[in-house]
Design a protein around this ligand. Structure first.
Ligand SMILES: Cc1ncc(COP(=O)(O)O)c(C=O)c1O
Length: 412
């Protein structure tokens, strides 16, 4: 029998790295941090050092870690029912579907387990709706350059970034990418074979890049006029992160289909596709399914997440605290105009674009106890829990300022 070593205070990062290299597929470039536990907006490593979590497990733990009310739901629900499959009626998923549809203009929900799966469901629904319900030979999905929609073959095909597609050809057909924010090229790309347009309201992996409201409203009118489905990927932007329950609500959009995942169950794997009554006609029993989707445990946790987001007015808080953070970052940019190119975002989805590759700055922030993400090589991306203390954002800004000052001294 091989010896299995469990987490303890003697565990070092080097030991974990060495073990991982032997047993896991090499899919991840990890942060040099092993997380032993987490609470609120703090991560704790095996040596007991605390870090301010400004990433929330990539926009997942919107309510923070180890939330007491969610732990109660997990305990109670796990003792009653965890899984039976979608062969059976389960009240837990109906409660969640009723709560979710009450937050938006969509009428129906399909539950799954991840963001990619939610987008995959959206793509399948769009194709089947067009081909079977509308009787049209329309299967193409148009997405934007810089977008990220997932790692399954179809969602990779929809993703507007070449680097993640390398080595996976042939990808499924029927996907076209047009330039981000350029309405003319979108208009040109739509034809009688187009089933849907798929967009993120703010591109996340693409570098915290928002589409402006004017573009989004034109897009909605255009899709309606051309009989094409408007699909919004809210996997990262949803669940209150951008200051409204769903980011598309800022622009007053009413998408035919939208997807969510990440923060839906605050850390338990869950995804959902929501759609209008009309678009939902695309699926009938047997046309799409998943074993785990909408299981009783994840559904009851997600229902509690929705309750807490609404009760504690966390989308509104995200909007208010996000504005404060943007003001702080704008102040920093005024001090370091040669180092910070732009600051942007909405709610608590924030980006600080550096004028140079940001690896060193990102690493210095981590060493100083702040966990953020670096995307597109130069953009510091912050996705803190929606309950983050304003003090933590002030501390981060001050620390970033000190790091940039050291950089300036080094370069001069
Ligand atoms: C906008 C967006 N869509 C889809 C996905 C894929 O989600 P998952 O990793 O849960 O499959 C992500 C993940 O980062 C995302 O940011």
């Amino acid at each position: 029998m091989k010896e299995v070593v469990f987490e303890n205070a003697m565990t070092t990062l080097a030991q974990l790295q060495e073990r991982e290299q032997r047993v896991l597929c090499r899919t991840y470039g990890r942060y040099p941090l092993s997380v032993a536990r987490a609470f609120g907006c703090r991560l704790v490593d095996h040596q007991g050092r605390e870090y301010v979590d400004l990433l929330s497990g990539i926009a997942v733990c919107n309510l923070g870690h180890s939330h007491a009310e969610l732990l109660d739901v997990i305990r109670e629900q796990a003792a009653r029912l965890i899984h039976v499959s979608n062969l059976f009626y389960q009240e837990e998923q109906l409660v969640l579907a009723e709560k979710l549809t009450a937050t938006c203009a969509c009428d129906r929900v399909f539950f799954c387990n991840s963001g990619a799966e939610a987008n995959e469901a959206a793509i399948k629904l769009a194709r089947r709706y067009m081909q079977i319900i509308r009787g049209k030979n329309a299967s193409e999905v148009i997405s934007l350059s810089g977008s990220f929609h997932g790692r399954t073959l179809a969602t990779l095909a929809a993703t507007g970034q070449d680097k993640v597609k390398e080595g996976f050809a042939p990808l499924p057909e029927g996907f076209t990418t047009v330039a981000f924010g350029d309405f003319g090229s979108l208009e040109q790309a739509v034809n009688e074979r187009t089933a849907a347009v798929l967009v993120e309201i703010i591109q996340g992996e693409g570098g915290v890049r928002p589409l402006d409201n004017a573009y989004l409203r034109m897009l909605q009118n255009f899709c309606a006029t051309r009989g094409v489905l408007l699909m919004v990927d809210e996997v990262q932007t949803g669940m209150g992160r951008c200051g409204t329950f769903w980011a598309h609500q800022h622009a007053g959009l009413r998408p035919d289909v939208f997807t969510t995942s990440k923060a839906l169950a605050n850390g338990l794997p869950m995804g959902a596709m929501l759609c209008t009554e009309e678009a939902a006609r695309g699926f009938v029993p047997g046309s799409h399914a998943t074993t785990f989707g909408g299981g009783a445990l994840t559904a009851s946790v997600a229902a509690k997440v929705v309750d807490i987001l609404q009760r504690d007015e966390l989308p509104q808080r995200a909007e208010r605290v996000g504005r404060m953070a943007l003001d702080l970052f704008t102040g920093l940019r005024a001090i370091f105009p040669d180092q910070i190119v732009a600051v942007r975002g909405r709610g608590l989805m924030l980006g600080i674009e550096l004028a140079f590759p940001g690896q060193e700055v990102w690493r210095a922030l981590l060493d100083a106890g702040y966990v953020v993400n670096l995307t597109q090589d130069r953009i510091l991306r912050l996705l803190p829990p929606l309950v983050i203390a304003e003090e933590d954002l002030r501390g981060f800004t001050q620390t970033l300022g000190e790091i940039l000052e050291r950089q300036e001294v080094k370069q001069s």
